[in-house]
Design a protein around this ligand. Structure first.
Ligand code: FA5
Length: 348
């Protein structure tokens, strides 16, 4: 019997060495290169066998190859998982990171947008005055946005709030709400008086963006329905809110206006918080700034939602949150709220 061929005798050592090289590979690329190299050496060993050794040696080598391939496959799975995690970590977008980078004195996290901060403050002020906070849908039917608010089809007032219709249902019946007033209707349909609620949310109009308008903006609506509510309650509530929100030096005034869903209606204005009533560029020298509309709920609206206007009366108001944020922060152009310029956003 011929003794084992020298390279066959080395097989155990070769396998141990190859196993440890495979196990030590730290990247998938390194592992693949190592696998090619150790399997290559096995082939060389096989090629070096004499014809007599090949039968026995071949079987042995095949066993070694299968074990090495199994070791390589296991190591590959581990390394692939590690590399996947690394890639995910490297590609993760930390949207707050830039805040820390722009201003190292601030903690490394983002903060709420100026409009959201203003909305939160408004909610807090009204909650402290005893109001509940209610929300409604942004896609509305014609009934909620117009008809129940005393604007039947072809009513001229609809033109003031021309909007974006959605391809849903019959043409021209579903739209992006033009104001938060439709939430009044949802609320009165689902809840009997007494009602004391504010309704903040996003609104849409076909307005071209300019220094004081955005096509997508925010309003906060107010609704009070109870027995014996008068216009005096409306004026008093607006004044109490103005003092609470802007501070004691700022007052409100109501000027006659028209809205189809309130009667009588008014625009409400506040002392210009920039010049405190002295007259400046922001208030066009008048000392007053218009915030929104208000009035006594029109009996036709009560009838539309099944509330008896002989028993209950109420008032409603609605004003722009972006406009308020603009005034308080002294922004020349409302569009800067949407620019997403970090140098602007970090100031608030
Ligand atoms: C209304 O939308 C009425 N629903 C308000 C109302 C509610 C009246 C309840 C009576 C009772 P008006 O269209 O005037 O009214 O809008 C109210 C406020 O929303 C405006 O004063 C302004 O602050 C804000 N606003 C309106 N359009 C825009 C716009 N394109 N961009 C930013 N703010 C806007």
């Amino acid at each position: 019997m011929t003794g084992p061929h020298p390279s066959l005798a080395d097989l155990d050592r070769l396998e141990a060495e190859a196993t440890s090289r495979l196990a030590q590979a730290t990247t998938t690329a390194e592992l693949r290169a190592t696998e090619t190299s150790v399997l290559g050496r096995l082939h060389t060993t096989l090629g070096a066998l004499t014809a007599g050794q090949r039968r026995q040696g071949g079987a042995l080598l095949n066993g070694v190859r299968a074990r090495l391939e199994a070791v390589a496959a296991e190591r590959l799975a581990t390394l692939e998982a590690v590399e996947r995690r690394g890639r995910a970590e490297a590609e993760r977008l930390d949207l707050t990171e830039v805040v820390a980078a722009a201003d190292p004195s601030r903690p490394a996290r983002g903060h709420l947008h100026l409009v959201t901060q203003t909305r939160d403050e408004l909610e807090d002020t009204f909650v402290a005055m005893g109001f509940a906070v209610v929300e409604g849908p942004e896609a509305e039917t014609d009934w909620y946005n117009f008809e129940a608010l005393n604007m039947p089809p072809a009513h001229p007032a609809r033109g003031m709030w021309d909007t974006l219709y959605l391809r849903l249902g019959a043409p021209g019946t579903v739209l992006l709400r033009t104001h938060t007033s439709p939430v009044q209707v949802h609320l009165m349909e689902s809840q009997r008086p007494p009602i004391y609620a504010v309704m903040p949310g996003r609104c849409y109009r076909r307005d071209t963006a300019d220094a004081r308008h955005l096509p997508v903006f925010h309003q906060i609506e107010g609704l009070v329905v109870d027995r014996g509510i008068t216009f005096g309650d409306l004026a008093g509530t607006i004044e109490a809110f103005t003092n609470a929100f802007f501070g004691p030096g700022i007052h409100s005034r109501l000027r006659p206006s028209y809205f189809p869903f309130t009667e009588p209606s008014a625009e409400f204005e506040v002392t210009c918080p920039i010049c405190e009533g002295q007259g400046c560029r922001t208030c066009s020298g008048s000392g007053w700034l218009e915030l929104g509309g208000c009035g006594m709920v029109d009996p036709a609206v009560f009838t539309a939602v099944g509330i008896d206007p002989e028993v209950h009366t109420g008032f409603a108001f609605g004003f722009g949150i972006d406009r308020l944020a603009q005034v308080r922060a002294g922004l020349a152009d409302m569009r800067s709220l949407l620019d997403n310029d970090i140098r602007f956003l970090t100031q608030f």
